[in-house]
Ligand binder design. Structure first.
Ligand code: ADP
Length: 548
């Protein structure tokens, strides 16, 4: 072997921070306050605060490798922690604020979090579990709100104020040189399909993923952008946008606790966001608001959607009503998360059926990610757009293990088994048809619940639809359509079934129907099918039957 002459320069979060602060020191983080003037800080100020925060954390005894958790909305202080904690060599653990108390205490203890930074508005939620956190040595509260609920139960751990701590420090923390393979941050899977598992990102994976996020074949952000980060910062690093913004100079718009469509729309209009990223249910909420009142989305040049399949009708309505192109991406906690985005290939006219065909793909394999599909026996399937199998991925920002959890069944000879079922075509566009746990196998043939849901949600009377497989004596399993109707709309099962009949093969049309007030959602706002299955098992759903 002949060694290269290149410098062995570590890829690190500190390098991302230095770049943003130096080159794009005037770009901003704007935090929405719900009515009054938004809070603004430049990247240079964020960097100064990150240095102060690192000094304060070091003063609390945080050493390289120690875990510092955040229990926060998307806001300026959360961004400061995103940089300070990894850059000082500690590990940022972003906690999902919507977890059940038992899950929350489990993952804080499993990760051995030593310090927890918490927004004052979230103190009551954290206080519910604080007596179960023996290893936490200090709590740091952001904001001046009441923290007595924490103080009362903190077992002697000090409850400190973020702004007081920072005010006592000077900027100028000397970031240590870190091994690029060492841990920078961690995030637990939301446990939609099992117990939460810890994924630990390295400095190297974070840097490479951030480079990819800002590149034009993925999200593609520049200094001219103002990026509304609706996806929570506890949901897989807000899809890499904060780090991508520091590499590209894009201004960040942070909604804080104001996640309601009314606030998001006001934020976009007031601050002229150019790009927004959210899961489909949030996009749906914005559309529904737009049906009730006039909203101004004219500043948005694009939107991104991920975390679950975006229904066709969602993409179409945004395009028709607001001229807004929403591009889908696919990823998971285990993949940092970006695995690919579904930009149509060149030559496709925007707004045409062909354009929609490509945009309904789940993504196109990102540079830096390798993908394959395998059948039940583990044999690789062709990239023909038709063969259906489990998607497996590998690459520098794909996890190769879980934190203190070997989970051998999740890996296949160096590849991560995603648990997603789909196809890949000869240009690397892939389509997720289902999660392995959601697939419906009727008489030995697969029915895509995602496809049925997407068609159903295009019916004018339907607000939401989730399809689950239910046991069937003759076919093993058949689809049960769980439907939420729009306010004041009505549609009988037979009408919805005939609406589907010319869109999917006849045998795929559900004969079992139930009408609900709402589809249950996961902690990050995706349709949650687990409770629907449980309610069906307990015979708690009122089912209507349509002859096939
Ligand atoms: P959880 O696994 O708890 O839902 P993640 O946020 O890691 O938490 O979810 C990753 C999963 O979300 C993927 O495995 C896939 O099933 C689903 N997903 C993400 N993006 C898309 C997409 N564009 N289309 C369809 N499914 C998606």
């Amino acid at each position: 072997m002949i060694l290269s002459t290149m410098q062995d320069f570590p890829l690190s979060v500190a390098a991302i921070l230095r770049h943003g602060a130096r080159v794009y020191g005037r770009s901003e983080c704007v935090t929405w306050t719900g009515g009054g003037a938004p809070r603004r800080a430049t990247f240079a100020q964020i960097a100064g605060n990150a240095e102060r925060l690192a000094s304060a954390l070091a003063g609390l005894g945080v050493r390289p490798g120690d875990r510092v958790a955040t229990f926060c909305w998307n806001n300026q202080e959360h961004l400061e922690a995103y940089f300070a904690v990894p850059a000082m060599g500690a590990v940022l653990h972003t906690l999902n604020i919507r977890l059940f108390p038992e899950q929350l205490s489990h993952i804080i203890n499993h990760a051995d979090d030593q310090v927890v930074i918490v927004d004052d508005t979230l103190v009551p939620l954290l206080a519910r579990v604080v007596h179960e956190l023996p290893a936490v040595e200090a709590f740091v509260v952001v904001g001046d709100g009441d923290a007595s609920a924490l103080e009362a139960n903190a077992n002697g751990a000090p409850v400190l104020r973020y702004h007081t701590l920072l005010a006592a420090e000077e900027p100028g923390y000397a970031w240590p040189e870190v091994d690029e393979r060492s841990a920078a941050s961690m995030c637990y899977t939301s446990g939609t399909t099992g117990d939460p598992k810890g994924v630990v990102y390295s400095h190297r994976s974070t840097f490479l993923h951030a480079m990819a996020v800002q590149s034009a074949s993925l999200v593609g952000i520049t200094e001219a952008d103002r990026v509304l980060t609706i996806v929570p910062m506890f949901h897989v690093n807000a899809w890499g946008l904060p780090y991508g913004a520091f590499l590209s100079g894009a201004t960040l718009h942070m909604p804080g606790p104001f996640m309601q469509p009314e606030h998001l729309a006001k934020f976009i209009a007031a601050e002229r966001s150019t790009l927004a990223s959210a899961v489909p249910t949030i996009w749906n909420g914005i559309l529904a608001l737009g049906e009730r009142e006039e909203i101004d989305l004219s500043s948005l040049r694009a939107g991104t959607s991920g975390g679950a399949a975006a229904p066709r009708v969602l993409l179409e309505r945004f395009e028709r009503r607001y001229g807004l192109r929403i591009i889908q991406g696919w990823g998971m906690t285990e993949t940092s998360p970006l695995g690919g985005m579904a930009f149509p290939p060149p030559g496709v006219e925007p707004g045409t059926d062909e354009d929609m065909y490509w945009r309904l793909k789940s993504g196109r394999v990102a540079a830096g990610v390798e993908m394959r599909i395998v059948d039940d026996s583990g044999a690789e399937l062709p990239w023909d757009g038709e063969s259906v199998g489990e998607i497996e991925v590998r690459g520098p920002w794909i996890t190769g293990a879980y934190h203190r959890d070997p989970a051998p069944g999740k890996f296949d000879d160096g590849w991560l088994r995603t648990g997603d079922i789909g196809t890949i075509d000869d240009r690397g566009f892939y389509q997720i048809t289902d999660r392995a746990k959601d697939v419906i196998k009727s008489g030995g043939e697969w029915i895509s619940s995602v496809e049925l849901e997407n068609h159903l949600m295009a019916h004018p009377a339907v607000a939401e639809a989730a399809v689950i497989g239910v046991p069937d004596a003759r076919w093993d399993e058949r689809p049960l359509a769980c439907v939420v109707l729009r306010p004041e709309a009505s549609a009988a099962p037979a009408e919805l079934a005939s609406f589907l009949a010319d869109k999917v093969a006849r045998w795929q049309v559900p004969e079992y129907w139930t009408f609900l007030d709402e589809i249950p959602k996961t902690t990050v706002g995706k349709f949650d099918k687990k409770p629907l299955r449980a309610r069906h098992r307990d015979a708690a759903l009122e089912i209507e039957h349509v002859e096939r």
